[in-house]
Ligand binder design. Structure first.
Ligand code: BG6
Length: 483
């Protein structure tokens, strides 16, 4: 089968805190991502690690007196090895690199009057290297790495003052890089906010008197991000019409577990609030009617102003990007749960799962693409998709990762089918072209890359890069278009 679209963006995605390292260079502050330790006793099928630690634990980590290991402080050393990595991405045939920029490098405390010049220079060099290698850049402005000084002083995203700090940061980088970076995503997986408020918003339970207040603060933080994103889109228009502004959502796709109407309804309600809600706000520019009932029944209260709602209405996103790894099922009573990316649903007997319990479902990607296109009618882009596996180098210094070739090619085929169905998809960035530190479990052992990186869970190793079998497969696919 030949991939039908000629003019298509093919590449890979990473995030600053998972690849860069160099956590203390040039005045960079620590981010919340760099303050959560690796837990060798973790339960791989649980997403609990994301919420496991308290503000006190984070505070203690600053001096690291307990000698724990904080993997995201080291990443895979891309800060120093970016030229080598970009050369490999080019060799694989990629024409886009989705990466993120660390707020903690540009404005370490968030409220400095001027950005850090060295950090501005660093990213200019990285972007220039990409462009000289024939790659567009898709830049995530915040990818789970709120600078800790901002959460300490301002309490994180539930505080409206943080909106101004973020807008200042975004405005500076859009002005700096308008000629280098075309695609912009203000927030990674904006829908994580209410599920892991530490990760998405930098807010901690201990700062609130009750569980309900904490929940409301998370919804407030989410609203503040919706508004901040819309404001950034408004500002982007005044900077340059070349800036293409999109969203990034962890696409939660669930099937109803059976044809019992009770379960069909349960799934509908779940899909409305866990998936459509986000696209509805960012594409249609207002809170959907079904969310009103949800807020009432769950005592959700947060503050919006008419001015904020006006900005949200007038500045919808230009295109949708989303991460797609898996699907699960939904019913009134879930008998057996699956693992999952950020959220867990029910097990699907028709699907196989990874070691982390993520159920592999290429056809679900075609379904998702069709559904999103039918509902929103704006261009779509898959900004993350891939498979995490425990891998080691063999005697030939490679990994025979046929399962990854299978995973990727099956998803590419379904994307192709969706395009033939008439869906407007303009690009794909796999998670990830190179092994990185896992977002949820902080492991290095959970490897997604076409390129193997020689570090273990404790950052021991040479850091050298080795091409896996999937690297050559992807390169060939890019040359021939043959699936
Ligand atoms: C997405 C995140 O949710 O999933 C990435 O945007 C993350 O940052 C990816 O790495 C895979 O998750 P994990 O936990 O396997 O790294």
């Amino acid at each position: 089968m030949k991939f039908v679209k000629k003019d298509f963006l093919w590449g890979g995605a990473t995030s600053a805190s998972q690849v860069e390292g160099a956590y203390d260079v040039d005045g960079k502050s620590l981010t919340i991502a760099e303050m959560r330790p690796f837990n060798p006793n973790l339960d791989r099928k649980s997403i609990g690690e994301l919420n496991a630690y308290t503000r006190e634990d984070y505070e203690k980590s600053i001096e690291n007196k307990d000698g724990l290991h904080y993997p995201k402080r080291f990443g895979v050393d891309q800060y120093n090895r970016y030229k080598e990595d970009i050369a490999l991405f080019k060799e694989a045939g990629m024409n886009i690199y989705r990466m993120s920029i660390a707020w903690s490098r540009i404005f370490p405390n968030g409220d400095e009057a001027e950005p850090n010049k060295n950090a501005i220079e660093f990213y200019r060099n990285v972007f220039t290297e990409c462009r000289n290698s024939g790659m567009e850049i898709m830049l995530t402005i915040q990818h789970y790495d709120v600078p800790y000084p901002i959460t300490k002083k301002y309490g994180g995203w539930s505080n409206k003052e943080v909106i101004d700090l973020y807008i200042k940061f975004a405005t500076v980088i859009m002005n700096e890089y308008k000629d280098l970076v075309k695609y912009w995503l203000p927030f990674n997986e904006i829908n994580i906010a209410t599920h892991s408020p530490i990760t998405g918003l930098g807010i901690f339970k201990e700062d609130f008197a009750t569980e309900q207040e904490y929940k409301n603060a998370a919804w407030q933080g989410l609203h503040n991000q919706f508004y901040a994103q819309a404001k950034v889109i408004e500002i982007a228009k005044s900077i340059s019409s070349n800036l293409k502004m999109g969203c990034m959502v962890a696409n939660i796709e669930t099937y109803y577990a059976d044809c019992n109407p009770v379960n069909v309804l349960e799934n509908l309600k779940y899909q409305q609030m866990e998936r459509d809600f986000y696209y509805d706000v960012m594409v249609k520019g207002k809170y959907p009617t079904y969310s009103k009932r949800y807020f009432e029944e769950n005592n959700v209260k947060f503050e919006t102003t008419p001015e904020e709602m006006e900005v949200i209405k007038n500045n919808p996103i230009h295109y949708i990007t989303f991460s797609y790894y898996m699907t699960s099922t939904m019913s009134k009573d879930i008998s057996e749960t699956s693992g999952g990316n950020l959220l867990m649903g029910g097990k699907n007997p028709f699907l196989k799962a990874t070691e982390w319990g993520w159920q592999i479902d290429p056809i679900g990607l075609r379904i998702t693409l069709n559904e999103l296109w039918d509902k929103y009618q704006i261009p779509l882009f898959i900004s993350e998709n891939g498979i995490g596996v425990v891998e080691t180098l063999n005697e030939n210094n490679t990994v025979e990762d046929d399962y990854r070739i299978d995973y990727l090619s099956e998803h590419f085929k379904q994307m192709n089918e969706a395009i033939i169905d008439g869906v407007d998809v303009f690009g794909y960035t796999m998670w990830t072209p190179i092994d990185v530190v896992s977002l949820s479990t902080n492991e290095m052992s959970k490897r997604y890359g076409l390129i193997f990186v020689d570090y273990d869970d404790y950052h021991k190793g040479t850091g050298d890069r080795f091409k896996k079998k999937s690297f050559s497969w992807f390169k060939k696919f890019r040359e021939t278009g043959e699936l």
